[in-house]
Ligand binder design. Structure first.
Ligand SMILES: *Cc1c(COP(=O)(O)O)cnc(C)c1O
Ligand code: SF4
Length: 345
């Protein structure tokens, strides 16, 4: 069997199992054991101790559909790099801190972050379907931070009282880790606030568990009075496939604008070829690139860092290769700024 046939065969098995599993089942049956991951992906045993140590700091968590996109026996696989805990995460590097966005400070109250004019970000759910090793959330799992009814009423009051707010952003964790019933109730409450025009959802779930895009969800998005935007999070073209295309098509049927934000990560997507392919593959499946973020300087993720100089070099080369509408904005989040900060020389 040549390697193409082999890949085709491997790809077929998950497709069949996907059909039967619901997103809730896939979300509650993630792989969390380093031992199981290493066996399943046929990785050298030399990775086990590092994976155990890293997972002690921030749990390993990867859902089945994402796992199926990882090539077996390849420690350098760009998707594997995003989820495999490593010894390097235990290194203490100056400048890499536990709360790089200073979100635990003044602006983060009761699940609501109001930093930018006109837009309010809500922490809808602390949970995620996947633990991305580079994420600032590794130090704030937010697990307890689910909005209770009192907090939700507080948020509605806050939004009602401020006529300058026109957009609500559902964020997390991952806002789609919560049930459709809860999302529907929240959207209905928000619809009653007249100055709100747009609803945005920042989520990685459709990439890691595409089954999450249910008919109940697309129906409410279609029926609600908001202009709706979904910002996905994929960092590498291998994260995207025909199933991504199918869920994006359903979102578009519901008049949702679908964008993508990515993080520039060493060993994952720090080449101009990969970034070009990411933009082109996104567009192939109906998604527009939005942001390419530099790494938040979070403790345990320094080995993913790409220097500003390299980032700008890559970006300038990318600009020469892509049409303007496929070029993401290269930006970073600076605490206490009124917007994301574009990288410049
Ligand atoms: C990133 C972010 C937003 C959205 O910024 P856009 O540039 O509009 O995408 C809004 N609020 C907070 C707190 C954010 O971190
Ligand atoms: S918040 Fe996003 S980047 Fe962070 S762990 Fe969850 S899915 Fe990954």
């Amino acid at each position: 069997m040549n390697s193409f046939q082999k890949t085709a065969k491997i790809n077929k098995i998950p497709h069949q199992s996907d059909k039967n599993a619901t997103w809730q089942q896939l979300l509650s049956h993630t792989i969390n054991s380093p031992q199981a991951l290493i066996e399943r992906l046929e990785l050298p045993n030399s990775f086990l101790q590092g994976a155990l140590d890293g997972a002690n700091e921030f749990a390993l968590k990867v859902p089945e559909p994402y796992l199926e996109k990882i090539k077996k026996g390849d420690p350098a696989d760009p998707l594997l790099r995003q989820i495999l805990p490593l010894d390097a995460e235990l290194d203490t590097i100056p400048g890499y801190v536990t709360d790089p966005l200073a979100e635990m400070g003044a602006n983060h109250r009761d699940g609501l972050i109001h930093k930018y004019k006109g837009r309010v970000l809500l922490i809808i759910s602390g949970a995620c379907a996947i633990n991305c090793r580079y994420c600032f959330r590794r130090h704030f799992p937010y697990q307890e931070n689910r909005l209770g009814p009192d907090q939700w009423q507080g948020i509605l009051d806050y939004l009602t009282a401020d006529p300058s707010i026109s957009e609500v952003i559902f964020s997390g964790g991952d806002p789609l880790a919560t049930s459709d019933e809860r999302l529907i109730r929240m959207i209905k409450d928000l619809e009653a606030i007249p100055q709100l025009k747009r609803l945005r959802i920042h989520t990685r779930l459709p990439i890691v568990i595409p089954q999450r895009i249910t008919t109940a969800l697309t129906s409410i998005l279609k029926a609600c009075r908001f202009n709706t935007v979904m910002v996905l999070h994929a960092n590498h073209p291998n994260e995207l496939d025909a199933q991504t295309g199918a869920v994006v098509a359903e979102l578009k049927q519901a008049n949702v604008t679908v964008l993508n934000q990515a993080v520039l990560l060493k060993g994952v997507n720090d080449s101009v070829e990969t970034l070009q392919q990411l933009s082109e593959t996104l567009f192939h499946y109906g998604i527009l690139p939005y942001y390419l973020f530099t790494l938040d300087p979070v403790q345990g993720a320094a080995h993913f860092n790409v220097s500003d100089d390299t980032a700008l070099d890559l970006f300038e080369q990318l600009q020469n290769l892509l049409p303007g509408y496929l070029l993401p904005k290269l930006a970073r989040e600076v605490p206490a700024k009124g917007s994301k900060t574009l990288l410049k020389r």
